[in-house]
Ligand binder design. Structure first.
Ligand code: ADP
Ligand code: MG
Length: 716
């Protein structure tokens, strides 16, 4: 490339065009030039290969547009027309009716929608649209109820018949230009893109080559052709990632043998005696999986997934005690100090009669305490360590670490797995736990290198939490009345707020200031003076000193405070069975999965739990989300809904953690391809076929793409 700068622009183009490669800057692709290259750059396209992989968002299938004169009653058909009238009106019973009339070459079709107020805002007079649905005659006219809508760009309207790709664009770049560019690029260069799968495999799986697939998506002959091409490219994307995961798993396993921890009947009985209850079916199954892994000689890498309150801690403790019984150390790591302390208190109580040496390691220890703790950890004197991320600092060296449990793993980085060393060159067993029931497709990606155990049941006697949306006004007054009654009868309540402090302090100076309900500090003050006057309130948020956090938590746990006003710091793991009430302020500002997590803090004992979602908006999307929560008690349904509504980032609770290194695949949309990719990838690695010469190009590609991210050094 350096040489290009010595030539004028013209000659540079000539040089490049004679020998283009996939890395050729897009500027030098025929028909692009510097101006368009800049626009393409905004779409993340800088090289020829980027251009070819800029797949259409979808297609416009005009092959089946019906002539209105030929429409048949109640059969699924598509019509095309220009918007000539948009109308909305209120019906009795609070319903709304929206109607959009389109002119299809002189014949009219009306689309109607109930309770879809957005329809009135979304349509503009003069726009060209497609309506797909089952028409019926009404008032001498064809009408479709809730038709599927596709908006046509100005450039689409010229086309008659055929299947057109539709691309994501940027200001200044028109659809027809993009299509022309792509046609050119595919005709000239798609053949340069290497095929990475051996022919035999492609033939059995009936897969087109990558160049063929690129042609099918950019220049589709039919909707089916497009779908087949798209599916192949998405499969490729997912396959490479799944191969990365499979290689990571293999590299972990081949690092060395893991110690064996047998679970004898005696050990099993001794551990079970520590708990005042019988294990649930799900816990028993999880414990069996664990016992088998721990005695296999190979490092366990297992994900334990269960809804909030299912009792994962019990399973973790069981595993840790099995390791300890075999003479090894166990460690459990929690994402917050509050949760680490809670584990400490629970486990410390459980082990009151036992001689297990245990220690809590958080960032709060003084230098001297920490030095002492580290010495006891490395000498092996301590058998069980409970802690926060403080556990994975480089100066923490275990003498003989046998099992690591990571609680609420989704709160840590997505791609990273904490690195622990057993101390004698072998690898410790690993159990990661997550409370958000993660939709399968996300699970296969995020935790795709782990074995899965799911607990499907809850401890007996649990009633699902009654959830209700509470708009401002009389419903609030009634809700507080109810809450006060429950508090008086001995129950406790969380009040959760999205923020710590007020955002605009100047608002307070305005006469009769109306707190917006979002700030924990303001809500705390306000409730103490009004709705909850006379009750004992506590305040907990992340900016308090550690000591104060601890005190607030302890006072609530012991019942000295009846109400804890808090931020989402209580979101994960907190277990206080007597707390049965939760009020979520500004519920609309939380993600669904997060709300489910919050709700999981209550209804953990035998008393009925009540969750009140206070929302200040009537915005339909927000109301829809809150309604989902009202209707579904199970975390799995909530997570699926959240996943569909807001994408993977929200389900995991932290947006940047949800960003997956995928090029074209979409986990919500492409679940079928994901299943295929998953199976193929793990089979290729397990069977050793990936190491054969015919797979070399694919393997090299995977290592180039994911070597650093997935820490695959040594997998080549
Ligand atoms: P999570 O899966 O959300 O981490 P926890 O481990 O905190 O759940 O357990 C939730 C509550 O259920 C705790 O109070 C625990 O003591 C209780 N629990 C766990 N297992 C059982 C069981 N088998 N029977 C009755 N109660 C149980
Ligand atoms: Mg937990």
């Amino acid at each position: 490339m350096t040489r290009l700068f010595f030539f004028g622009r013209k000659s540079a183009i000539i040089v490049c065009m004679s020998q283009p490669t996939l890395d050729t800057p897009v500027q030098f692709v025929r028909g692009v030039g510097p101006q368009r290259a800049e626009l393409l750059g905004k779409l993340g396209i800088t090289t020829l290969v980027d251009l070819l992989w800029h797949l259409p968002r979808d297609i416009l299938d005009l092959t089946h547009v019906a002539d209105v004169r030929d429409l048949k009653n109640d059969e699924l058909q598509t019509v095309r027309g220009r918007v000539v009238d948009v109308d909305g009106r209120q019906l009795s019973g609070g319903k709304t009716l929206s109607a959009v009339l389109i002119d299809c070459d002189g014949e009219y079709v009306r689309g109607i929608w109930f309770n879809r107020t957005w329809v009135n805002q979304r349509f503009r007079h003069g726009e060209m649209v497609l309506f797909s649905g089952k028409p019926g005659r009404r008032g001498g006219r064809w009408e479709m109820s809730h038709p599927r809508i596709q908006w046509l760009d100005a450039d689409d309207t010229e086309a008659h018949g055929g299947v057109l790709p539709r691309y994501g664009l940027t200001e200044g770049l028109r659809m027809h230009e993009m299509r022309r560019l792509m046609r050119q690029a595919v005709d000239d260069y798609a053949g340069l893109v290497p095929e990475l799968l051996p022919e035999a495999l492609r033939t059995t799986a009936k897969l087109p080559t990558i160049p063929e697939a690129l042609r099918s998506v950019h220049l589709p002959a039919s909707a089916a052709d497009y779908a087949a091409g798209r599916s192949r490219l998405i499969l490729q994307d997912l396959l490479e990632f799944q191969l990365g995961l499979a290689l990571r798993r293999r590299s972990w396993q081949s690092q060395g043998a893991a110690p064996r921890f047998p679970t004898t009947a005696k050990i099993d009985a001794r551990i079970r005696r520590l708990f005042p209850f019988e294990f649930t079916k799900g816990q028993n199954r999880a414990v069996r999986d664990l016992a088998r892994d721990l005695d296999s000689g190979q490092a366990m890498q297992r994900l334990l997934q269960a809804d909030v309150g299912a009792g994962k801690t019990v399973v973790a403790v069981y595993g840790l005690l099995v390791a300890i019984a075999a003479g090894w150390q166990g460690a459990i790591m929690a994402p917050t100090e509050i949760l680490a302390r809670q584990h400490w208190q629970t486990i410390d109580r459980m082990l009151a009669q036992s001689r297990v040496e245990r220690l809590l390691l958080t960032g709060q220890l003084t230098a001297a305490e920490r030095r002492d703790a580290l010495a006891r950890i490395s000498s092996g004197a301590v058998q069980l360590v409970i802690g926060t991320q403080a556990l994975i600092q480089s100066d923490v060296v275990f003498g003989k670490l046998g099992l690591v449990v990571i609680d609420e793993q989704h709160k840590f980085g997505v791609m990273q797995r904490a690195r622990f060393s057993a101390g004698d060159g072998s690898v410790p067993h690993l159990l990661v736990m997550t409370a958000t029931p993660i939709p399968r497709s996300l699970c296969l990606t995020q935790f795709g290198d782990l074995d899965l155990t799911a607990i499907a049941d809850l401890p007996p006697g649990r009633q699902s939490v009654v959830t209700s949306r509470v708009p401002p006004g009389p419903a609030r007054v009634k809700a507080w009345e109810f809450i006060r009654k429950k508090l008086q009868s001995g129950r406790q309540a969380f009040v959760v707020c999205p923020r710590i402090a007020e955002q605009q302090p100047q608002q307070l100076t305005q006469g009769g200031s109306e707190p917006d309900g979002a700030s924990a500090e303001a809500v705390f003050r306000q409730l103490a003076a009004t709705e909850l006057e006379g009750f004992r309130l506590g305040l907990l948020h992340g900016q308090l000193e550690s000591d104060n956090k601890e005190r607030a938590m302890d006072e609530f746990r012991s019942g000295r405070t009846q109400v804890l006003v808090a931020t989402t710091i209580v979101e994960v793991g907190v277990d206080i069975p007597n707390a049965t009430l939760m009020i979520v302020q500004r519920a609309e500002s939380f993600g669904l999965s997060q709300l489910h997590q919050l709700r999981g803090r209550i209804g953990r004992g035998t008393f009925q739990g009540y969750c009140f979602l206070f929302s200040e908006t009537i915005e339909p999307d927000a109301q829809q989300r809150l309604l989902t929560l009202e209707q579904h008690a199970g975390g799995f349904e909530v997570a699926e809904a959240d996943f569909r509504l807001r994408g993977p980032g929200d389900v995991l609770g932290t947006r940047q953690h949800g960003d997956l290194p995928l090029q074209v695949a979409d986990l919500v949309r492409d679940q079928a391809e994901l299943e295929t990719a998953r199976e193929l990838a793990f089979d290729l690695v397990r069977s050793g076929r990936l190491d054969q010469p015919e797979f070399a190009p694919l393997k090299i590609r995977v290592l180039e793409r994911f070597g650093t991210l997935l820490d695959l050094a040594g997998s080549g």
